[in-house]
Design a protein around this ligand. Structure first.
Ligand code: HEM
Length: 311
């Protein structure tokens, strides 16, 4: 675009808005130039770590959780676009699935920061100061589930009944509620009660908005989805619902159940049972898996990792 065209486009833009283009050009003349630190709000970002103890590695723990939430936000941004009815172009669809897989792979590859990057004793000291907070209370993690698949797919098989269809009832039956029951008392834990109080309304609202519009619904309404689309969705299902849960569970087992010492999790769940993808059976896109794959869901030996590499 040459200078004349540029002026014309600016003129057109503001005239179209009913504004005087010269006012905006004058504003540009006086506007301060941008710099890196204010553009990315660096000082605010670096002020968001407030450890609750004096243990150095608590900052590693906080920052890594913050990084994860930012990556989850990137995943959600793409999922929002993919579930909009306007997203029909196959090329765009494929490129967004690639992005999502790249982000998820990043979460898996970086989890070593948790498993190997904190002092074992420090972690086991500072973690007590966080109770009853738990990653279990990550709302973005649940939003991703809602964008990907219908509420019915997130209910354990034994609790599925075709009669239930009120969003609030389906929400109450979600598989993850199991982690919010104290195994000793059978009561809802404080961790779950806090989470429900803060997020129940927004989760229910999102589930309503996404009724019949989830990523899985979008897949189901295509008569013959391309093999590329299927492969990318299988990769995401595998990475998010088998691979990440396993690296996360191995890390939990290292800190909470090794060195001959069994500890209660900060969220008080029956975590060893709950976190294993075999028991959890969180599957976003069930129709693209074979009977055998569904039967062996969560068994890492059954799934060839090489088949699920993002790029
Ligand atoms: C040393 C590191 C970690 C340990 C020991 C750990 C442990 C646990 C445990 C035991 C649970 C079960 C709920 C409970 O009783 O608290 C849980 C759930 C969860 N944690 Fe972590 N966690 C760690 C790091 C992280 C990180 C970095 C994230 C990232 C946000 C995270 C996200 C989650 C999520 C999303 C759940 C719920 C999973 C689900 O419902 O499938 N955790 N974690």
């Amino acid at each position: 675009m040459d200078n004349t065209q540029l002026h014309q486009s600016i003129d057109d833009k503001y005239t179209h808005l009913g504004e005087n283009p010269s006012t905006y050009l004058k504003g540009l003349l006086h506007a301060k130039e941008t710099d890196y630190w204010s553009y990315i709000q660096l000082e605010t970002l670096l002020s968001l770590q407030n450890p609750k103890t004096h243990f150095e590695d608590e900052e590693v723990f906080i920052i890594y959780h913050q990084l994860t939430e930012l990556i989850l936000k990137l995943v959600l941004n793409e999922l929002k676009k993919l579930t909009e009815s306007t997203a029909t172009d196959e090329k765009i669809f494929i490129s967004k699935l690639h992005r999502i897989n790249r982000y998820t792979q990043m979460l898996i590859n970086s989890f070593a920061i948790m498993r190997h990057g904190m002092d074992y004793d420090d972690y086991n000291n500072f973690r007590n100061a966080l109770a009853p907070a738990s990653g279990f209370q990550s709302a973005q993690f649940r939003y991703i589930e809602l964008y990907c698949t219908c509420l019915e797919n997130l209910i354990p098989h034994k609790n599925r009944t075709s009669a239930e269809n009120r969003i609030e009832d389906l929400m109450e039956l979600q598989y993850w509620k199991a982690a919010g029951i104290n195994p000793k008392t059978g009561e809802k834990t404080l961790t779950l009660r806090q989470f429900e109080k803060k997020y129940n309304n927004s989760l229910a609202q999102l589930a309503k908005n996404l009724r019949n519009k989830t990523l899985n619904d979008r897949l189901e309404c295509i008569e013959v989805p391309s093999q590329e689309r299927i492969n990318l969705m299988r990769t995401f299902d595998y990475l998010y619902n088998i691979k990440w849960p396993i690296v996360h569970l191995e890390t939990a087992a290292y800190y909470l159940d090794s060195k001959g010492d069994k500890k209660e999790a900060t969220g008080s769940s029956d975590w060893k049972k709950y976190l294993h993808p075999k028991n959890q059976r969180r599957i976003f896109f069930p129709s693209i898996w074979s009977k055998d794959e569904l039967k062996n869901w969560g068994d890492p030996c059954f799934f060839e990792e090489d088949n699920f590499k993002g790029h």
